[in-house]
Design a protein around this ligand. Structure first.
Ligand code: GDP
Length: 454
């Protein structure tokens, strides 16, 4: 573990600043071989959390003026001695400085190796390490809050609490089963039952929130449909806050599908605007209409736009019919022109109906609540413990099914030692979730998804 590793931690592109991270017992010694401070001080001589200004150089000469920040174990991200060199964000400078560090004795870090060292040095559990990845990739407010609380160990503590309850039940059971002659108080059926039920409920919530969190991370595949000229493009632009698709008052101009990813009320929507749904003889337009119809079938959420200033027509009715039983929102647009539409016809089929003006922005805030409600995200508290990877979900599922078996065993009136075996299976799955008892191959797999420099 004392081997010194180094990597470029910022993206390989021109930027204001670039950072190279170095970690390992002799990180400061190695950094001192390529860094000369203006004050003459060495990184090995200064304390943690302090910095020196100077230059990095190699055999050919000076590379750049930099700031080198010193960390002393265990007070660093990895828990080891570490140095971070901030230089100008030029790919050439970054690569040349890294090469100088490698020549000076550091080894190129593997993907996720800094975070892996942090995990192996007990700075964070495996689920928190996984949250680091989610944090880097966060694209919406909900996703960011969930990743942040994961990083702070909220999930770990919740798993620990469930595990603690199961361990105390298991310990009591084995003491009672293994030492029948001792004075161990009898295990009550009710106590065991309520403990198992409580743990099962907690796991159920975690699994259910994972599925909701998946929507949060991956976004909802959403399509905007409606007949030509009802204001689909204007509505999409309202959501995106930019003029992304062409808005005109000649019917049928949006022939292709326009895509955009937006965050509404913290929920990520992968949005698609489509050609207007109507009967047409234009060959090119027909293709667009067919594509839009196909998208209605495949999208996870359909936002159907209607022109509120006109009565419902046949095209509208056929769209409403298609959306029966689907996850959908109806937008009754152009409310600024006065409503002539029979909103009942729509809202009797599509529960989440919003009356607004995409052009003036009137009632635009109502769409947020509709999206939260239809996506099942309202009431989701991202600061609560939340699992973020399929690996975690798989462990929780295994723990839950072991608990289910334990409960059925109790109900069938089988022996307590059979219950004990299942309890231990559940505990093992939870230890795997937090990374306390996990094979090297699983740890390898977790960190293989990381980027180099993280
Ligand atoms: P699409 O064919 O469904 O994409 O419709 P567009 O977004 O291109 O809009 C068609 C016309 O309706 C344009 O002239 C828009 O300016 C107008 N429009 C869209 N939304 C509103 C609205 O809320 N109020 C009013 N008054 N006009 C709107």
């Amino acid at each position: 573990m004392s081997e010194v590793i180094a990597a470029i931690s910022t993206p390989l592109m021109s930027a204001g600043l670039g950072v190279i991270r170095i970690s390992g017992k002799n990180a400061a010694e190695i950094a001192d071989r390529v860094f000369r401070s203006v004050s003459g001080k060495k990184l090995t001589e200064i304390s943690g959390y302090s910095a020196l200004y100077g230059h990095v150089f190699d055999k050919k000469g000076d590379i750049d003026e930099v700031v080198a920040l010193n960390f002393r174990a265990p007070h660093s991200f990895t828990g080891e001695n570490a140095v971070e060199i901030s230089c100008h964000g030029s790919v050439y400078i970054l690569k040349r400085t890294l090469a100088a560090l490698i020549s000076a004795g550091a080894r190129l870090a593997r993907a996720g190796e800094f975070t892996r060292r942090s995990f192996e040095n007990g700075k964070m559990d495996l689920s928190a390490a996984e949250s680091v990845m989610s944090l880097i990739g966060a694209q919406s407010e909900l996703e960011h809050s969930a990743a942040l609380s994961g990083r702070e160990g909220v999930l770990f503590r919740q798993i620990d609490e469930i595990k603690g309850e199961l361990m105390s039940l298991s310990a009591h059971l084995s003491a009672w089963v293994d030492f029948p002659d001792e004075d161990v108080p009898e295990v009550s059926h009710d106590e065991l039952y309520s403990g198992l039920n409580w743990a099962q409920k907690q796991l159920n919530r975690l699994i259910c929130d994972f599925d909701r969190g998946k929507i949060m991370r991956e976004g909802i595949d959403t399509v905007i449909v409606g007949r030509p000229n009802v204001g689909k493009s204007t509505f999409m632009n309202l959501l995106c806050g930019v003029d992304r698709s062409i808005v005109t008052d000649v019917a049928g101009t949006t022939r292709d599908i326009v895509e955009e990813s937006v965050s509404v009320g913290g929920v990520k929507l992968r949005l698609q605007d489509t050609a207007g749904l109507h009967e047409t003889n234009d060959r090119v337009e027909k293709i667009g209409v067919e594509m839009a119809k196909h998208r209605i079938e495949t999208a996870a959420l359909v936002i159907a736009v209607f022109d509120g200033s006109e009565p419902v027509n046949m095209d509208d009715l056929s769209l409403i019919k298609k959306l029966k039983g689907r996850r959908a929102i109806a937008v009754i647009n152009k409310c600024d022109l006065g409503l002539k539409i029979d909103a009942e016809v729509i809202s009797s089929v599509i529960k989440d109906t919003v009356v607004l003006s995409a052009k003036s922005g009137e009632n635009a805030d109502k769409i947020e609540q509709a999206i939260l409600s239809v996506s099942g995200m309202d009431g989701l508290d991202p600061t609560c413990a939340m699992m973020t990877t399929e690996r975690q979900r798989d462990c929780a599922e295994r723990a839950k099914s072991a608990l289910n078996e334990a409960i059925s065993t109790l109900e069938f009136g089988l022996t307590f030692d059979a219950v004990g075996v299942m309890l231990d299976d559940a505990i093992a799955a939870l230890c795997e979730l937090s990374g306390e008892r996990v094979s090297d191959s699983i740890v390898d797999e977790v960190f293989s998804t990381f980027c180099v420099g993280k």
